[in-house]
Design a protein around this ligand. Structure first.
Ligand SMILES: [Zn+2]
Ligand SMILES: [Zn+2]
Length: 251
């Protein structure tokens, strides 16, 4: 994992405080020079070589949305890599699982930094500025946050907001826990997320552009439901950003 634009000093500091643990396998092998051990770094390259079934580009150059997102009127999903849920030992899957349990801010700021290159271009072309844009995350349930001690989507959104110098607002409130989406069929997922969210302060999104952040997007049912309530509250525009996106439902 190329460390630009995280400085060596930050990596050393992280190694000093948290140990030199690889963010995928958790082994102490990074020597304060990378967020990953050499084996996981090689493995992550495999995820980067997966091509988008729609546009044929690598994940980091692909803005394609899932069919559910398209139906919801969304047209942009920025992603770091494609995710194959069946490949449980893949470095990317391990990273996503590990960040659920470990609030590793430097890892989130790394993903935010890489993704900000495309996001900056997009914000310029759509007229998103500090004054008219909010970064918003899809919140976990209270039960999950209590179990894990943090909300990974919130930390990811905070890192994106910091990188872009945009405000981050926790405007979405989760009303129900819902069934775990991964066990549901695509139609059941859309049903499962209905009524899942409301807005804490609907006025704060009126006329605003929203960068909607989540760590993992699979069918896109959850981000679509969140986008729907943001747009019906008067949000001007919504684009989505995630670390990993499963391409399974797009073929
Ligand atoms: Zn590793
Ligand atoms: Zn694409």
């Amino acid at each position: 994992m190329k460390m630009y634009p995280i400085t060596r000093a930050k990596l050393w500091l992280r190694a000093l405080i948290a140990g030199e643990k690889c963010i995928a396998c958790g082994e102490m092998k990074t020597k304060g020079e990378s967020l990953l051990c050499p084996e996981c770094e090689d493995d992550l390259k495999r995820s980067h070589l997966l091509l988008c079934p729609d546009c044929g580009a690598y994940a980091r150059d692909c803005l394609c949305v899932t069919p559910i997102m398209r139906d919801a009127g969304l047209d942009v999903l920025i992603k770091y890599a494609f995710y194959d849920a069946t490949d449980k030992d893949a470095a990317l899957n391990r990273i996503i699982r590990r960040l659920k349990h470990i609030p590793d801010r430097l890892a989130f700021s790394y993903f935010a930094a890489v993704l900000s290159r495309h996001l900056s271009v997009l914000c310029n072309s759509r007229g998103y500025t500090k004054d008219n844009t909010l970064v918003v995350h899809i919140p976990r349930s209270k039960k999950t946050i209590a179990r894990d001690g943090h909300d990974q989507a919130e930390l990811f959104a905070a890192a994106v907001a910091k990188r872009m110098d945009f405000p981050h607002r926790a405007v979405i409130k989760r009303l129900k826990h819902g069934k775990a989406q991964k066990y549901l069929h695509i139609d059941e997922r859309i049903e499962n997320v209905k009524g899942m969210f409301c807005l804490k302060d609907a006025d704060s999104v009126k006329g605003r552009n929203i960068i909607l952040a989540d760590d993992l997007v699979t069918t896109g049912a959850t981000v679509s439901e969140a986008a729907r309530i943001l747009l019906s509250a008067g949000a001007a525009d919504v684009v989505c950003i995630c670390i990993a996106n499963s391409d399974k439902f797009r073929k």
